[in-house]
Ligand binder design. Structure first.
Ligand code: GTP
Ligand code: MG
Length: 253
């Protein structure tokens, strides 16, 4: 029996695929895409996801659009929850940021939140779809007014993120025309991701690993600490870290 000393052949077909073939693959490959759905609380994120999924439970967050298998991650927008958003940044190929277009009083808060989000190293440069939701309300600002209000042009240029804004309403009464704009926006986002898919996917793969690493390293240390502390000590520690955590939420929220 002869044992070959040759290394196993590589399966990288890059150089051997003709341009026509590559074009065909570009259109027919199913691409897995993760989109984070974010925005302040009460803007309509969960309602929009329910609408996109045509009434299915929001917990069922996978859907097929054209040649994409999309995971929509519904991130709650309350002050406390916003502190945990960054645990998901690394997984995202793109962002859907939902605005309550009628809530003029909270527009400054929305602008601050969006600005911090886009400046984050794991988000910066990723494509962004803004949904100007609650357009059915009489006092809702139009997308062009929101662009002004949020200084959107400056914001996306600073962070090199491609951006599009679409009007939307998650209420049933405006079902047809509003569903069309939501789908139009979603398609734009997915096709923008597809153009840069290999680079984005490599970034997502690396960022997801980096994101998990500190938490995995922390787990055994936390277990050892828990064993060596009395109940009273543990309570004090937990209270301290809770306070630190609330502080961090304010800082990042
Ligand atoms: N008029 C109107 N109401 C809407 C629209 N979308 C959502 N709502 C209402 O706004 C409220 C909040 O909607 P949610 O979908 O729970 O908001 P959310 O962004 O998921 O909120 P959090 O999970 O707390 O971050 C609900 O009462 C919805 O019925 C809309 O387009 N128009
Ligand atoms: Mg929600």
């Amino acid at each position: 029996m002869t044992i070959s000393s040759q290394r196993p052949q590589s399966h990288n077909l890059e150089g051997r695929i003709s341009p026509q073939c590559r074009l065909t693959l570009f259109f027919f490959l199913i691409r897995k895409v993760t989109l984070l759905v974010m925005g302040l609380d009460n803007t309509g994120k969960t309602s929009l996801i329910t609408e996109i999924q045509r009434g299915e439970e929001p917990a069922v967050s996978k859907l097929r659009v054209d040649r994409f298998e999309v995971s929509l991650v519904d991130l709650s927008g309350g002050q406390r929850s916003r502190g945990t958003w960054r645990n998901h940044y690394g997984d995202a190929h793109g962002i859907i940021f939902v605005l309550d277009s009628s809530d003029v009083l909270r527009m400054e808060e929305a602008k601050r939140t969006l600005s911090r989000l886009l400046a984050h190293p794991r988000i910066s440069g990723k494509p962004l779809l803004l949904l100007a939701n609650k357009q059915d309300k009489v006092d809702a600002l139009l997308p062009c007014e929101l662009i002004e209000c949020l200084s959107l042009e400056k914001l996306v240029n600073e962070n090199k993120s491609l951006c599009r804004i679409e009007p939307s309403s998650a209420t049933k009464s405006l079902h047809k025309s509003q569903s069309r704009t939501i789908l139009q926006g979603l398609r734009w986002l997915l096709h923008t991701i597809a153009i840069n898919y290999s680079v984005l996917s490599a970034r997502v793969q690396q960022d997801s690993l980096d994101q998990k690493a500190p938490r995995e390293q922390e787990a055994p240390r936390r277990a050892t600490r828990a064993h060596s502390q009395t109940r009273g000590e543990r309570f004090e520690k937990e209270r301290e870290s809770e306070e630190e955590w609330v502080g961090a939420v304010w800082e990042h929220g």
